[in-house]
Ligand binder design. Sequence first.
Ligand code: ZN
Ligand code: FE
Length: 257
Amino acid sequence: MDIIRLPVLSDNYVFILVNTEEKTAAVVDPAVAQPVIDYLNQAGVELTTIFNTHHHFDHVGGNEELINAFPDVCVYGGAEDNGRIPGQRVFLKEGDKVEFAGRKAEVFFVPGHTRAHIAYYFPPTEGDDIGELFCGDTLFAGGCGRLFEGTPAQMVNSLTKLRSLPDNTRVWCAHEYTLKNLQFAVTVDSGNQDLQTRFTDVKEARSRWQPTVPSLLGLEKVTNPFLRWDTSALQIAMNSKEAATVFGRLRGRKDVF
Ligand code: ZN
Ligand code: FE
C-alpha cells in the first residue's frame, strides 16, 4: 500500500492509499475532489473507497464529486456522524475493522473535536514494522484539534487511545499546523529538550516549505504537550494534577495563542 500526500486548500492534507497490485485507491478525507481525480487518472487507478474521519467541510468537501466520478465508491465514516457525511454508506464504531489493499485497519472512536470523530489505524504488516494512523483533526503533529463538540475529559480519553499505539506509527494528520503548534508548545514545556530540538527541525523544514506530516507517534509522545497531561512539567505549568483539568487549561491557552 502506497500512501500519497496531497496538499490542498490553505493547509489541508488529503491522503490517497494505493493498492498497486489491483490498481485501486482509497482516499482519506477528500477536502476537494479535483486534485484527487487528477492523481487517480494520471496513476491509472480506480477509486473504491472514501475513509472520512469526521463531517467538517474541509474533510468531506470532495465526497459528492468523487461519488459522481466513481459511482461504486464506498464511503466510510463514524456511526455518530449519521447524516453529516455526504454519501456515507458504512457507519463505523470503536473496534470495527475496515480492509484496504489486503490490510485491516482498526477503527477508534475519538470524540472531542467533533462528537462523532473516528480514526483509522493500520497496524504494521509482517516484514514492515511501521503502522499508519489516519487521525483527522484529533491528533496533530505537535498539537490536537479544537474541542468543538466535546469536553476535555472526552479528548483525554480519545488521545489516550491513540497514545497507546506503538512509537513506530506514522501520524497522518489532516493539517500542516506543526510550526504554529510547536511555537505554542515551547511556551508551556520549555525545559523539554526533545521539544526544543523538534522545534528547531520544524522551523528549518518549514523555511524550505517541506511538509512535516506524517510525524512519528514516538516523537509525539515526548514532544506534543497534548499527549503529556500526566508529566510533571505540564502539571506544574497548568497548576493541576488532574488529567482533564491539565488538558482543558492547555487547550484553552492554545485557543487564544
Ligand atoms: Zn475538523
Ligand atoms: Fe480540519
